[in-house]
Design a protein around this ligand. Sequence first.
Ligand SMILES: O=C(O)CCC(=O)C(=O)O
Ligand SMILES: [Mn+2]
Length: 212
Amino acid sequence: MDLFSEQPTAPIAIATGAYWLPGFALPDMAALWQCVMQHLLAHPAQCMMTPMGYPMSVATSSMGEWGWVSDAQSYGYRAHNPLTGEPWPAIPPAILQLAASAAAEAGYSDFVPDSCLMNSYAPGSKMGLHQDKDEQDFSQPIVSVSLGLPATFMFGGAKRSDKSVRIPLQHGDVVVWGGASRRFYHGVAVVKPGEHALTGHRRINLTLRKAR
Ligand SMILES: O=C(O)CCC(=O)C(=O)O
Ligand SMILES: [Mn+2]
């Protein structure tokens, strides 16, 4: 398998304003992976605590002006890594460019995220259905990039009980949602055991958002 040079295919609408872009990140994968690896060396992903008192299933780290964090008191955007007290490092240009071009491909021009959450899924981890609603400006879309192990992304509607479509995300796929579906429920089913030639025994997701 060639890890870097496979070609993307056309966007697929999964809901109003929401698109699956299979393979969109593949042409930029070498630069992207370099950024991810470098970042995780300095800011390892950690399973943060939730205010409910449980560790999150997914390990997280952040880049950008605002990092998404959770602790025993609350969750939301913070300018500093709680583990080091340092500001989060800037989002590298290669990732900003990928986010802007994926957003444009889905019809959202001029997307400039100020937050890049890095989710690291070991086999057995998952993310339950939730809305992304800690941001101030819902006119901006969300760009979500998948690396490594495959996963089933569930994308529902405005209500938790709405039926979800199940998207079989692969390494290099991007999902973009905004407009009418900006606050739609979504989640990730339990990641199955496996090994990916680039990421090893994990799936990594980059979620780019405009937090403030
Ligand atoms: O891992 C994914 O594909 C989705 C992540 C997500 O929804 C989030 O971090 O809010
Ligand atoms: Mn989310």
